[in-house]
Write a protein that binds this ligand. Structure first.
Ligand SMILES: Cc1cc2nc3c(=O)[nH]c(=O)nc-3n(C[C@H](O)[C@H](O)[C@H](O)COP(=O)(O)O)c2cc1C
Length: 489
C-alpha cells in the first residue's frame, strides 16, 4: 500500500498554485502543421458517416454560448474580482461532454482498419475543422484491438491544459474525464457494438500516436465493430427458453464480464464528530431500504441537451420517478473492462417526494436506496462546498451523487493503475446520470470544488473507502439557460 497514487489522493483535494500560468498557451485544439488531412462530412448529423457523427458527438465543437460577467458572479462572489482588462462579454465554444474548467483537455485519436469508413491509418480528430489529421497510413488495428474491431477510438488527455488552472489536481481531472469521455462514447457509438478498455498497454499506444507520455496520457480505447448488411431475420426462439438458456451460457463464457472486486472488510467503528457526539448514520449494509419505481431512459436523448447548470438550481420538489431514472443510469454497468462494483453509488437526497432527506447508497441490482446517514443534508453539503455556485446548489438541488471507491480493493486488483480506473469509473457513473437527467429535463453540474472527504464519515465510509466527486442535480434556476447556439444538429 501507500504508493504514489495513495499519497496523491490523500493530499490533493483542491487546486494547487500554478507559479507561472503565462507559460501555458490558451490553445484548446492541437495542430499538426503540414500533415495530410481527411475531411469528414459536415454537418455530421445529416450525413450517413457514422465515424464523423460519433467524433462530433464526443469531442466536436458543437455549441456556443454568450456569457457576461454576470455569469462569473457565482464563481467569484463579486464583480470586483473580475479583472478590469477583461472584455465585458465572451462568446465561448462548448462541446457535447463536460470538461473541468472548460479546458477541453480530452482528445480523440482514431485507428482505422481496412473496413473502417476512412482509409486505413492512425489519425488525430481535429475538432476545430471536424476532420482527421493522418499521422500514419499503415494498418495498426490488430496491434491495438483486443477483439475483431473495424475501428478503434483512443482517448487521451493533454495534461497541461488542466495543469494551467488546477496545478497538481490536473491528474485527478484527467482520470475523471476519461470515464466521462468513455461513457459518452459508449452511448453515441451504440450502433457499432462498442466496448471500452481502460487496462491496455498504454505505453505502446502512446508511441504509436507519437505522444510524449509525460505530457499527454492515453487513458482508454473504444473498439467499434461496423454493422454488416442486415439479413432476413428468422422467427423468435422465445418459445424454447431452456434451449436458449443453454446456448446463452456458452456465449457468456466466451466473453465473460469482469469479475467483481473482493467485498470490503466489515466497516470500522464510525469516527465521532469533533465534539464527541457520534454521527447519526447507520453502518452500510444495515440501513433502512426504499424500493424505487422502474424507470429508464435512452441516454442518447440526453446527449443533445446536456449542459452544466450555469446558475445552479431552483429549490423545487423532485419526483421519485425522476430520481429513479437518474439512479438507474448512475448504477448501470457499462460495456467495459472494469468491474461493476469498482465504485459504489452513494447519493444525498433532499426534497424528493416519497424519499426522506438523507444520505443513501443506491444498490443497482435491487434498485433500492439504503439509508447510510441521517441529518440535515443541505447544511453538511454547504460546509463541504467551496464556491458560491456549489453552495447555492447545496441549498437548492435535490440530489447529489457521490460515487465511492475502495482504494484497497482497487489497488489489489489493478496495482498502480487503481487510482486512474477508479476515478474513471466515478466520472463515467456521473456522466451517465447527467445524460439521463438531461433526457428528462433535470439540470445537472459536476463539481470538483467540494471537499468530499468531509462527508465520508457521515456516509459511514471506513478503511480506504472515499467519496470521489459530486454531481448536483435538480430543477434548473430560471436564469440558468444561456442563449446557446447549436453549431450542429
Ligand atoms: C471533472 C469535472 C469537474 C468539474 N468541476 C466543476 C466545479 O468544480 N465547479 C463548476 O462550477 N463546474 C465544474 N465542472 C463543470 C464544467 O465547468 C463544465 O462542464 C464546463 O464549463 C463546460 O460546460 P458544459 O458542461 O455546459 O458543456 C466540472 C466538470 C468536470 C467534467
Amino acid at each position: 500500500m501507500s504508493d504514489e497514487a495513495t499519497r496523491y489522493q490523500d493530499s490533493v483535494h483542491t487546486p494547487t498554485e500554478v507559479a507561472n500560468p503565462e507559460a501555458y498557451p490558451p490553445r484548446l485544439v492541437k495542430s499538426y502543421p503540414g500533415a495530410p488531412r481527411h475531411p469528414l462530412p459536415w454537418p455530421p448529423e445529416k450525413s450517413a458517416h457514422r465515424l464523423g457523427r460519433q467524433l462530433a458527438e464526443l469531442g466536436g465543437i458543437t455549441r456556443s454560448q454568450w456569457l457576461t460577467p454576470l455569469d462569473m458572479l457565482p464563481f467569484t462572489d463579486g464583480f470586483e474580482s473580475i479583472p478590469d482588462d477583461d472584455p465585458l462579454q465572451w462568446l465561448v465554444t462548448r462541446r457535447p461532454t463536460p470538461s473541468g474548467g472548460a479546458r477541453y483537455s480530452a482528445e480523440w485519436y482514431v485507428i482505422a482498419g481496412p473496413d473502417s469508413e476512412v482509409p486505413t491509418g492512425v489519425y488525430y480528430y481535429d475538432p476545430a475543422r471536424h476532420d482527421l489529421v493522418r499521422l500514419r497510413s499503415g494498418d495498426y488495428l490488430g496491434r491495438v484491438a483486443a477483439r475483431p474491431a473495424t475501428t478503434v477510438l483512443v482517448q487521451t488527455n493533454v495534461f497541461w491544459r488542466l495543469a494551467a488552472k488546477y496545478g497538481e489536481m490536473y491528474y485527478r481531472l484527467a482520470c475523471l474525464e476519461a470515464g466521462i469521455q468513455v461513457a459518452q462514447a459508449l452511448v453515441v457509438a451504440a450502433e457499432e457494438d462498442p466496448t471500452a478498455r481502460l487496462c491496455f498497454p498504454d505505453a505502446d499506444l502512446t508511441e504509436l500516436l507519437g505522444l510524449d507520455p509525460r505530457a499527454e496520457g492515453v487513458h482508454a480505447v473504444v473498439e467499434l465493430v461496423a454493422p454488416v448488411p442486415a439479413a432476413f431475420e428468422g422467427p423468435s426462439l422465445a418459445a424454447f427458453p431452456r434451449a436458449f438458456a443453454a446456448h446463452a451460457s456458452v456465449l457468456r463464457q466466451s466473453r465473460p464480464a469482469p469479475e467483481p472486486l473482493a467485498p470490503a472488510p466489515a466497516p470500522e467503528p464510525l469516527p465521532s464528530e469533533p465534539d464527541g457526539e457520534p454521527l447519526p448514520s447507520a453502518p452500510a449494509g444495515e440501513g433502512e431500504r426504499i424500493s424505487l419505481p422502474h424507470a429508464e431512459v435512452d441516454l442518447k436523448a440526453g446527449t443533445r441537451t446536456r449542459h452544466a447548470a450555469v446558475r445552479g438550481f431552483k429549490a423545487e420538489t423532485m419526483s421519485i420517478g425522476a430520481l429513479a431514472t437518474i439512479l438507474t443510469a448512475y448504477g448501470r454497468q457499462q460495456n467495459w473492462d472494469l468491474p461493476a462494483n469498482l465504485v459504489e453509488f452513494y447519493c444525498v437526497v433532499a426534497d424528493v417526494s416519497g424519499v426522506p432527506d438523507g444520505a443513501y447508497r443506491y444498490l443497482p441490482e435491487e434498485h433500492q436506496l439504503e439509508l447510510v446517514g441521517e441529518g440535515d443534508p443541505r447544511g453538511r453539503l454547504r460546509e463541504a462546498a467551496l464556491a458560491a455556485l456549489t453552495q447555492q446548489g447545496a441549498r437548492t438541488a435535490n440530489l447529489w451523487l457521490l460515487p465511492v471507491g475502495d482504494a484497497e480493493a482497487a489497488e489489489e486488483r489493478f496495482g498502480p493503475r487503481w487510482y486512474r480506473v477508479q476515478q474513471a469509473a466515478a466520472g463515467g457513473a456521473l456522466h451517465r446520470a447527467c445524460l439521463a437527467a438531461a433526457a428528462i429535463e433535470v439540470a445537472s453540474r459536476v463539481h470538483n470544488d467540494v471537499l468530499t472527504h468531509l462527508l465520508d464519515a457521515w456516509l459511514g465510509l471506513g478503511g480506504r473507502k472515499r467519496s470521489l466527486l459530486v454531481a448536483q442535480l435538480g430543477t434548473e434556476h430560471p436564469a440558468g439557460p444561456r442563449p446557446e447556439f447549436r453549431l450542429t444538429w
